[in-house]
Design a protein around this ligand. Structure first.
Ligand code: TXA
Ligand code: MG
Length: 314
């Protein structure tokens, strides 16, 4: 994964056009925002989104924030609300992310939401991010452009130091102004502060005319959220072969697979297919067997999700 030549693009019209073309082709671009640099990919391209997780070395599929040029574009993906309208009018573009109920039938890869029924949306204020989003003209998934477990990057050099060779380009617009990540507000129920960040809690509360609830516990483990999808049927992992009563979700060149995450054994392809295939193979009763997936690269995140799917239910 460390064998790409990472281009350093100037934040001028030519550089922005090249960055948009890379996104369209399924590539990864480190994008400046006013908070921190984001690692951007086409949110409708499952393979591109899977590559974000591979580049960051994330051991888990955390849901990603989708970036859009304006609130009108954002509304196409979620069920909008009065509270969302109030906050978007007051604080977008800016360092505020809103989590709203996901609309059915969007073109987003299920990897973006980690298969949750909600979606995090942000309209960044950075002029270069705005121009890139306008030029790309589609939803852009972007976590902070740092390897998993490291601090967020606020300069192109920070990004280059840790992600060179793993991504196609860095769009260099100098240091980020805010320097901490966006504030995340959950609007799927009681308005809740999910992550403190670049926009003060008090400002949000005064705009809404209410106090935000506090989120209990970390939000970095969406698989622990009760709303998270688990198949209705039982799941057997590391299945060497398919038993007569089972359906087989294959990986690699295995015989008899009802669906195959990646016949070629490609972990990026497997990650891109994971959630959609878990849904498709699940009829609610026929037990699901899953071929072994290696514990390397994206295999860590894939196996993490599969273990959650296979865990005993109550
Ligand atoms: O300032 C920022 O927000 C930067 C720039 C690049 O936009 N992005 C960023 O992304 O900080 P990331 O992936 O490092 O952090 C996003 C957080 C994660 O903790 C994730 O779990 C949470 O947002 N998140 C995303 N979607 C969510 C959802 N549907 N429900 C709850 N939490 C969500
Ligand atoms: Mg981050």
């Amino acid at each position: 994964m460390n064998d790409l030549t990472t281009l350093r693009l100037a934040a001028d019209p030519d550089g922005i056009a090249r960055a948009a073309a890379i996104l369209r082709a399924g590539g990864l671009v480190a994008m400046p925002t006013e908070t921190v640099y984001g690692l951007a990919a086409d949110a409708t391209n499952g393979q591109a989104v899977a590559r974000i997780f591979a580049a960051k070395g994330r051991p888990r599929f955390n849901p990603l924030i989708v970036h859009l040029p304006d609130a009108a574009a954002a509304q196409a993906f979620v069920h909008w609300s009065d509270a969302a309208e109030t906050l978007a009018r007051r604080f977008w573009p800016g360092p505020l992310t809103l989590v709203l109920p996901l609309r059915e039938g969007t073109a987003l890869s299920p990897l973006v939401t980690a298969d949750l029924p909600s979606l995090a949306l942000r309209v960044p204020a950075h002029p270069v991010a705005h121009q890139l989003l306008q030029e790309f003209a589609g939803p852009v998934a972007a976590p902070s452009a740092n390897p998993s477990g490291r601090i967020s990057p606020t300069t192109a050099d920070h990004v280059a130091a840790s992600l060179s060779g793993r991504i196609e380009a860095i769009l260099d617009a100098g240091p980020c102004g805010v320097g901490v990540e966006s504030t995340i507000v959950g609007l799927t129920g009681t308005p809740t502060l999910l992550r403190p960040g670049g926009l003060a809690r008090e400002e949000i509360e005064s705009a809404l005319g209410l106090s935000l609830a506090d989120h209990a516990g970390p939000i970095t483990a969406p698989g622990q959220l009760s709303s998270h999808y688990a198949p209705g049927a039982s799941v057997r992992l590391d299945a060497a072969e398919k038993r007569p009563d089972e359906k087989l979700l294959g990986f690699g060149p295995v015989p008899g697979a009802d669906l195959n995450l990646s016949p070629a054994g490609d972990l990026v392809e497997a990650a891109a297919n994971l959630f959609a295939m878990l849904h498709a193979i699940d009829d609610g009763e026929t037990p699901i067997a899953v071929s072994p997936v290696p514990e390397t690269g994206l295999g860590l995140a894939i196996n993490d999700r599969l273990r959650r799917a296979a865990a005993p239910r109550d």
